[in-house]
Design a protein around this ligand. Structure first.
Ligand SMILES: [Zn+2]
Length: 351
């Protein structure tokens, strides 16, 4: 923080900050235009982009729609780079990082997107392609979408203060998951998970992973829409399911079976990963709020939860990945403020 203040990016506000290490407190004010990052979320239907400042305020949002499944990976990466370069060129502030969320397994050591199944990608050298086409000297950081969702909750939301945070994000198709461990020396360690493929019913439906009865098939958005459609002649939609859950209107018995499966999955996950907090996000957040008592009752059957407290909470953020990608993108600046800021400023002046 001192280094950031020496660089005149921030000054103390009128009240004292909360002293949280590793990130600026909400009471700090940005001097002048400050530093920003470009945070991106890649999905099968396009790229969501936000410019985020040091106070974690979104300065600009943009959504570029394209069918990433219909494009070859290189075309998608070229489009992403084009959009980011366009936004970067229009910034009035210094960009100190670019964070990109991908909906699948990304290997940070090799820079290769190993298995991004929603886009049909396997072993795509994503970091190398983007490093060649994005602004020089601006660090580019890429990570798994659920891990970034977990990171946003861990730093600024429902996961703050947790030592072992398990994050489960229900999507229309699938359940994203990650584990974040607090670490005194490095701040934290991230562990992308595939908890959606935890088998909860071996005689259940066939999953694309090869197993049967995976958790995500039984509790994701598709399962919820099918449960609601059971009692209605008209097919239901995800919006109808979410509004029924949040407005406490009656939900069909089939929704109870979804909660049963989520309970079974939760008990196994708590017993194996030993979290002290579980954040339910996406479509699972309203489900958890509606059936909170039953989810907490499930913990009585977990041997781990019997001996140490486990707190279940709904997510704070609706679009946690954007904030998680921004957190990731700010990390090089927070690790070495003077070095990075000088390097980026020099590159900006030369371009
Ligand atoms: Zn599976």
């Amino acid at each position: 923080m001192d280094a950031l203040q020496r660089l005149a990016l921030l000054r103390a506000g009128s009240t004292v900050g909360d002293g949280t290490p590793g990130r600026p407190s909400a009471t700090l004010e940005i001097v002048g235009s400050g530093a920003v990052v470009i945070a991106c979320v890649l999905s099968s239907n396009g790229l969501e982009l936000a410019v985020v400042d040091l106070r974690r305020k979104i300065k600009l949002r943009r959504f570029e729609s394209f069918d990433a499944i219909g494009l070859v990976p290189l075309e998608t990466l070229t489009r992403i780079a084009g959009t980011i370069n366009e936004v970067h060129a229009s910034l009035g502030s210094t960009c100190v990082g670019i964070g990109i969320s991908v909906p699948g397994v990304f290997d940070a050591h090799s820079g290769v997107a190993r298995a991004v199944l929603p886009l049909g990608w396997r072993n795509i050298p994503m970091a190398a392609v983007l490093d060649d086409s994005l602004p020089a000297d601006v660090p580019v950081l890429i990570a798994h979408d659920a891990t970034l969702g977990a990171l946003a909750e861990f730093r600024m939301g429902a996961g703050r203060g947790a030592q072992r945070l398990l994050y489960l994000a229900g999507q229309q198709i699938g359940v994203g998951s990650a584990l974040i461990l607090a670490d005194e020396q490095s701040g934290r360690s991230d562990h992308p998970l595939q908890a959606g493929h935890l088998i909860v019913d071996p005689s259940g439906p066939q999953c694309s992973c090869g197993s049967r009865g995976c958790l995500e098939l039984l509790v994701d958005g598709r399962a919820m829409v099918a449960a609601m459609s059971d009692v209605s002649s008209a097919p239901s939609s995800m919006d109808a399911v979410l509004s029924a859950l949040s407005q406490s209107t009656a939900v069909p018995a089939a929704m109870d079976r979804i909660v049963d499966h989520l309970q079974v999955g939760l008990i196994s996950l708590v017993n194996t990963l030993s979290p002290d907090r579980v954040v339910f996000a996406g479509t699972l957040s309203p489900l958890m709020s509606r059936f909170e008592e039953r989810m907490n009752a499930a913990l009585e059957l977990s041997v781990v939860a019997q001996i140490q407290p486990v707190t279940l909470v709904g997510s704070t953020f609706g679009d946690a990945q954007i904030f998680g990608a921004a957190e990731l993108a700010f990390e090089p600046l927070l690790r070495d403020p003077e070095g990075l800021f000088k390097r980026v400023s020099r590159a900006t002046a030369e371009s």
